[in-house]
Design a protein around this ligand. Structure first.
Ligand SMILES: C[S@@+](CC[C@H](N)C(=O)[O-])C[C@H]1O[C@@H](n2cnc3c(N)ncnc32)[C@H](O)[C@@H]1O
Length: 314
């Protein structure tokens, strides 16, 4: 998955504003900040260069995750009744561009606290993105939308700020709250706390979990989106590979209970001649299920199934 051509061209245009060597230097300092200063509710984007670098080096991956996940959720029958979206902590606009690519007509508003990110997002969207400058921790959010989403924001916060922010986001959501974040054990733990918190408040977690109590023991789950690296991304990250697999975790929280039938594929399958073994999250917990040619139809579906797909266990 790549950024749409028009957007990649606009991102490339930002590069011309960086002085020689600034791309690599900013990448190093931003990576250092994201590794060492995250989780404290602190702003990590502190300069124009940080904002430009984020669009060049991180946005293609966050765009790919948002686009891939929302397409998959729609295919699976979730969030098909959404007519408006509010993206909170919108950054340089990954959510805005992904949603617009999926449905040009949908109404989307953005909330962002950082002026450098707002500036880049405005320029990339040709001034079309509607951005409200707010801090979700400090400010009240009066806007509402069918789907409120937030990607790669909540793990930057302290736990109490995260839970308070989630209450505000849920208040703004007419129907759903979609939380997307990095696929790491730390984020997974945080999200399990969020899951318990929202269930206690009477909301429903409808994806990816197929049950209320996580069936994984001393383990965690994560999902992937494949991102094709642009030459600028390769340069920023001093990498040669033409792609990267961006790992993520998400929670789709709903105000109504609209559980969709099926078991969710959690891992890459083990494939042997005439048999496929999937690790599945179902209403009964997490278990391994072997599909054989005895049931040709199910076997075919199991062969095609990728991580985060829903399949019928038969
Ligand atoms: C890692 S970036 C993610 C940007 C975008 N959502 C994406 O997926 O590419 C995190 C963004 O959240 C914003 N953010 C962090 N805390 C915030 C808060 N309390 N209120 C509003 N925005 C916040 C940051 O300024 C930054 O733009």
């Amino acid at each position: 998955m790549q950024l749409p051509l028009y957007l990649q061209e606009r991102v490339n245009g930002l590069y011309t504003e960086l002085k020689s060597g600034e791309l690599e230097k900013t990448q190093k300092s931003l990576t250092h900040k994201y590794k060492n200063e995250t989780g404290e509710s602190r702003s990590l984007i502190n300069s124009k260069q940080d904002g430009l670098l984020y669009a060049i080096s991180r946005m293609p991956a966050t765009y790919a995750v948002i686009y891939t996940l929302i397409s998959q959720l729609l295919e699976q029958g979730f969030i098909s009744d959404v007519e408006s979206v509010l993206d909170v902590g919108a950054g340089t606009g990954a959510g805005y561009f992904a949603i617009k690519e999926l449905d040009e007509g949908i109404g989307i508003k953005l909330v962002e606290r950082d002026e450098f990110m707002i500036d880049v997002c405005k320029r990339l969207s040709d001034g079309n993105a509607e951005i409200l400058k707010r801090d979700i921790i400090r400010d009240e959010i009066d806007e509402t939308a069918d789907l409120v989403m937030t990607s790669y924001v909540l793990s930057e916060m302290k736990e109490q700020d995260r839970l308070n922010s989630i209450l505000k986001l849920l208040k703004s959501a007419n129907k759903y709250l979609l939380i997307i974040d990095t696929g790491t054990p730390r984020v997974y733990e945080n999200m399990m706390t969020v899951k318990r918190f929202v269930l206690e408040k009477g909301y429903h977690v409808v994806a990816p979990c197929q049950n209320e109590k996580c069936g994984l023991k001393n383990d965690y789950c994560q999902f992937y989106a494949r991102v094709e690296r642009s030459s600028l991304m390769k340069q920023a990250k001093a990498g040669e590979l033409s792609y990267e697999d961006e790992k993520y975790f998400y929670l789709l929280i709903s105000k109504e209970s609209n559980k969709i039938e099926g078991s969710r594929v959690l891992r890459r399958p083990v494939i042997k001649p005439n048999m496929i073994e999937h690790t599945l999250c179902s209403v009964d917990g997490v278990s391994k299920k072997v599909f054989t040619k005895k049931n040709k139809e199910l076997f075919k579906l199991a062969k095609k199934a990728k991580i985060n797909d829903l399949i019928d266990e038969g």
